[in-house]
Ligand binder design. Structure first.
Ligand SMILES: Cc1ncc(COP(=O)(O)O)c(C=O)c1O
Length: 396
């Protein structure tokens, strides 16, 4: 926070502060226990994550990026393979594909839920496709039935990039248990925010879990025996212990975010500046053609197509050429935290210039229009109102 008046995009100190006594006790326990790498703290955290997420196996790793990398390594993905992922996502989704030696094959997104378009996934499948990575963007699950159907028909595994979606549900089942493997991030801005970098891989498949565990420690099932090459993808015991304190609160964090999202929606709609495209209706019925209906308001609010959307980000679309950036500048001048996720789709990144490109009209439009507003659970109603006043003032 830069001054008293500012509204932060995120302030992890507020949630952590409420748990200070328990966090200090966990820190003290690890400090005194002297086991800093893997061990009991990690095993306990993994068991609790598996139970919460409804999966057989949860394996703590060093980051969300490493979760994706090790998941693909466990599937034996490498040179000559293709992996499908959205172009409108965080860089790590495709960066890790590249690092295995495989080729990222990008798909376009849907305009209202921001998640990847299953029709484009189907179009991009080839005989070289070795995995599909849907991203549960901003905390809402991708259209998993359609994606799993496409994958199953071709015998291709699905890796959920659930980095932003711990606790999100799809037809009553939690993200991370909806595909072959699930990957989570505990980066401090995530709903379950850690104290540094950490991540998690989930799966129902015992053999894959065993491979991930081995790859996490340089590919060795036992000390100094390496049937294959892995890496150091371990989670710290300290991270696991501290995250274990926050895990029981993750549902509460999501509820607070949902309440903030509902309040934003209510205030923006009451002010006549926004509309929600298809709240509560199934995504497929509304976004199947992937086209954009003309906006009747300058702002589109995030569509809730799947329950439970956990709002890691509350992302609005600001319609009209250049209008998003104008609003962004006004918000920043008033010390209101906001961010653009993501200003450049991955097919436009210089490092992927050699990849055969396609047409990604929705992703390119989203990159011009999307704006994330403060949504963290401890945001006060005064702060939320300031954000709304600033935005409604901009459109007045
Ligand atoms: C969609 C997505 N995938 C992967 C990652 C990578 O996670 P980490 O930062 O923990 O490496 C992130 C984190 O920001 C993300 O948002």
């Amino acid at each position: 926070m830069t001054n008293k008046e500012s509204v932060p995009l995120l302030d992890p100190r507020r949630a952590n502060g409420k748990l200070q006594a328990e966090l200090r006790a966990a820190f003290q326990r690890v400090l005194e226990g002297g086991q800093f790498i893997l061990g009991n703290e990690v095993e306990t955290f993994e068991r609790e994550c598996a139970r919460y997420l409804g999966v057989e196996h949860a394996i703590g790793v060093s980051s969300g990026t490493d979760a994706l990398l090790v998941a693909m390594m466990a599937l034996g993905i490498g040179r000559g393979d293709e992996v499908i992922c959205p172009t409108f996502t965080f860089f790590a989704t495709a960066g890790t594909i590249w690092r295995t030696g495989a080729t990222p094959v990008f798909v376009d997104s849907r305009p209202r839920c921001f998640n990847c378009d299953p029709k484009d996934v189907e179009r991009k499948l080839t005989s070289r496709t070795r995995a599909i990575i849907p991203v549960h963007l901003f905390g809402q699950c991708a259209e998993m039935n359609a994606i799993n159907d496409i994958a199953r028909a071709k015998g291709v595994p699905v890796i959920e990039d659930a980095a932003q979606a711990i606790g999100a549900e799809y037809q009553g089942r939690k993200a991370g248990g909806l595909g072959t493997l699930g990957c989570f991030s505990f980066f401090p801005s995530k709903n379950l925010g850690g104290f540094g970098d950490a991540g998690l891989v989930t799966t129902h498949d015992g053999e894959l879990a065993k491979r991930v565990r081995a790859l996490r420690v340089h590919g060795g099932q036992q000390m100094y025996e390496h049937p294959e090459v892995g890496g150091n993808f371990r989670i710290d015991a300290m991270q696991a212990a501290l995250l274990g304190v926050k895990l029981p609160h993750v549902e509460g964090y999501a509820r607070a975010r949902q309440a903030n999202a509902a309040r934003y929606n209510e205030l923006f709609i009451a002010a006549g500046v926004a509309k929600v495209a298809c709240d509560g209706e199934p995504c497929a019925a509304n976004c199947a053609d992937g086209t954009q209906k003309p906006a009747s308001a300058p702002l589109s609010l995030p569509a809730v197509c799947q329950s439970n959307h956990v709002f890691n980000q509350y992302v609005v679309r600001v319609h009209g050429a250049g209008r998003r950036d104008e609003l962004l500048n006004v918000l920043r001048k008033q010390n209101i935290g906001c961010a653009v996720y993501y200003p450049k789709p991955l097919h436009q990144q210089p490092c992927f210039a050699s990849l055969t490109s396609g047409a990604f009209p929705v992703a390119e439009l989203l990159a011009e229009e999307c704006l994330a507003l403060p949504i963290f659970g401890e945001l006060t109603s005064d702060e939320l109102q300031r954000v709304v006043d600033c935005i409604t003032g901009f459109f007045a």
